[in-house]
Design a protein around this ligand. Structure first.
Ligand SMILES: *C/C=C(C)/C=C/C=C(C)/C=C/C1=C(C)CCCC1(C)C
Length: 243
């Protein structure tokens, strides 16, 4: 009911130069299409890979629902839907940490690895929310703390325990792990850039201001859908080896 209303509501206000609205719209459709793709492919995988694909679908599905809300919020208020944005991330980023654990489970990954990554991601997002929505005059400080948690995640997967497990497993798991690591190093680095465009700090005189939402929306499409497709490709390859 609610989502039908959202569909009906927005079209009357669409403005061709509203890039934020445009990327919210395209983003919501892309997330929905990706979710359908992952969910409908589930039956082709055996139980060992099904969980990974299910989580890929959950990530894009949770994002799709949030994008409907964010899109509506944007069209009604022409303001960043920061609250929905961070709720979305708080649910989906820990699930991406779960994905790292799931693909490394074959190499003997322990739950503690997963919890370490989840904990760091929650610290990264909560402190980011503080800077962007609560203590806005200290955005640079909170963004810096958030950045430390981000670098911890980068360290753990590129050089720490996760990396060792990926090397021990080798083959397609190592290759996919490496691609996911690039997503985190390059794809996730787009977010702090958006944050700096939308908040005031020492960086403002260097990079100026801009639309946070366009940057976040592009980053989300790359990171949520692309990340899921890497997992999907790995599952397809592993499945072909076994059957
Ligand atoms: C699907 C959503 C994803 C992958 C979101 C990722 C978000 C980040 C990596 C955010 C990082 C931030 C910093 C590293 C510093 C400034 C504050 C944040 C939260 C934007």
């Amino acid at each position: 009911m609610n989502s039908l209303l959202i569909f009906a509501d927005v079209s009357s206000k669409l403005d061709p130069t509203d890039y934020v609205g445009f990327t919210f719209f395209v983003g919501s459709m892309a997330m929905m299409a990706a979710s359908a793709f992952f969910f409908l492919s589930l039956s082709q995988f055996d139980t060992k890979w099904r969980t990974s694909i299910l989580v890929s679908g959950l990530i894009t599905f949770i994002a799709a629902v949030h994008y409907f809300y964010m899109r509506d919020y944007w069209f009604s208020n022409l303001e960043s839907p920061t609250f929905f944005r961070y709720v979305d991330w708080l649910l989906t980023v820990p699930l991406m940490c779960v994905e790292f654990y799931l693909i490394l489970k074959v190499a003997g990954a322990k739950k503690s690895l997963m919890w370490k990554l989840i904990f760091a991601s929650v610290v990264m997002l909560v402190t980011g929310y503080f800077g962007e929505a609560v203590f806005m005059s200290q955005a640079a400080l909170w963004g810096g703390i958030s950045g430390l948690a981000y670098f911890y995640i980068v360290y753990e997967i590129w050089l720490g325990g996760a990396k060792k497990l990926a090397i021990a497993e080798g083959g397609d798991v190592l290759k996919s792990h490496k691609i996911l690591c690039w997503f985190v190093l390059v794809g996730w680095a787009i977010y702090p850039l958006g944050y700096m465009l939308g908040t005031d700090g020492w960086y403002t005189s260097i990079i100026g201001t801009g639309s946070v939402d366009v940057v976040y929306n592009i980053a989300d499409a790359i990171n949520k859908i692309g990340f899921g497709l890497v997992i999907y490709a790995l599952a397809v390859k592993k499945q072909a080896v076994h059957s």
